[in-house]
Write a protein that binds this ligand. Structure first.
Ligand SMILES: NC(=O)C1=CN([C@@H]2O[C@H](COP(=O)(O)OP(=O)(O)OC[C@H]3O[C@@H](n4cnc5c(N)ncnc54)[C@H](O)[C@@H]3O)[C@@H](O)[C@H]2O)C=CC1
Ligand SMILES: O=C([O-])CC(=O)C(=O)O
Length: 310
């Protein structure tokens, strides 16, 4: 059997970290592509030279030429600018829209059967841009946000309880912005609802910290945004597709009536497998949860309104 082929567009912080996690997990051969000459080549070779030490087999290629991405099974788009302190993800829209459009055109030309996972911010709208530019069916174009936002919430809950990070499960819905919706009612520690273990006011603090989780890192780093947890989150999605794992993961999926929304990308729980987004799961929400989701959807919608015609 031939190895799978993963292309990562953008060899910056998130792209290179994705390559690192994907190589370590032996998910396939990896192509790192960027507009800057030398950076993808250098990072790819450096990472491949870790293979004898770490014991993974993957050919990792760095390039500036889309021909090298030909026939990729999965393409991760991280190309674009990241925010700095004081900026919102939405401030990246104009610049990143052009980048995601041009990248997607090239990706589609060489890998017409690929699954595209978008990472570039503002995430929900950039995923929409990739969908419209690619002409791919929506199950093959989705965005990474909820896995990361949920991982942050899981981290805070585990630290609060002094328990294993692995034992906390949850999901965050909505757009990847400050009004995302962490689902407290669906958050468990070893199968026990956290509302039975943690006082409500402490949970509220963790929900707020999750919503601002990206900015917390930006404010520390000053020069850019998070990349370790984002890279790991992307690779969990890549693995779910390439191994047809049928994971239930929160992803930015294209909604066509689910939860009452049409023609919009929003974070929802979905089954992710060999068919990409195989099914969006519609769970029951309280009126308060639905109102919070509506607010988040409205923010995404407002940003879509200022997009150039696609
Ligand atoms: N969805 C999410 O949860 C997350 C999204 N992000 C977003 O991911 C994006 C990348 O972040 P970083 O890797 O930290 O930024 P970075 O600045 O380290 O890397 C971005 C790379 O994209 C490249 N690039 C720019 N235009 C390109 C083009 N047309 N074709 C190919 N490559 C191009 C740049 O040369 C650079 O190497 C940002 O928009 C950031 O906001 C970051 C973390 C989490
Ligand atoms: O905050 C940012 O700009 C990057 C990002 O999306 C995150 O880390 O959640």
């Amino acid at each position: 059997m031939k190895r799978k082929k993963i292309t990562i567009v953008g060899a910056g912080n998130v792209g290179a970290t994705c390559a690192h996690w994907a190589a370590a997990k032996e998910l396939g051969d990896i192509v790192l592509i960027d507009v800057v000459e030398g950076i993808p080549q250098g990072k790819a070779l450096d990472l491949m030279e870790a293979a004898p030490v770490e014991g993974f087999d993957a050919i990792i290629t760095g390039t500036n030429n889309y021909e090298d991405t030909k026939d990729s099974d999965v393409v991760v788009i991280t190309a674009g600018i990241a925010r700095k302190p004081g900026m919102s993800r939405d401030d990246l829209l104009a610049t990143n829209c052009k980048i995601v459009q041009s990248v997607t055109e090239q990706v589609v030309k060489y890998s017409p059967n690929a699954y595209i996972i978008v990472v570039t911010n503002p995430l929900d709208v950039m995923t929409y841009v990739a969908l419209k530019t690619s002409g791919f069916p929506p199950n093959r174009v989705f965005g990474m946000s909820g896995v990361l936002d949920s991982a942050r919430f899981r981290t805070f809950v585990a630290l609060e309880l002094g328990i294993s990070f692995e034992d906390v499960t949850t999901f965050v819905m909505g757009g990847h912005g400050d009004d995302m919706v962490p689902l407290v009612r669906y958050t468990y520690a070893g199968g026990i609802p956290i509302e039975k273990l943690i006082p409500a006011e402490r949970i509220a603090v963790m929900v707020e910290r999750t919503r601002k989780g990206g900015a917390e890192i930006v404010n520390y780093l000053k020069t850019g945004s998070a990349f370790y947890a984002p890279g790991a989150s992307v690779v969990q999605m890549v693995e779910a597709v390439l191994k047809d794992k049928k994971r239930i993961l929160p992803v930015a999926a294209y909604l066509q009536g689910e939860y009452g929304y049409h023609d919009i990308y929003l974070g929802v729980p979905a089954i992710i497998g060999g068919g990409g987004v195989e099914k969006v799961l519609e769970i029951e929400l309280t009126p308060e949860e639905k109102a919070a989701l509506d607010k988040s959807a409205n923010s995404v919608r407002k940003l879509m309104e200022v997009l150039p015609q696609l």
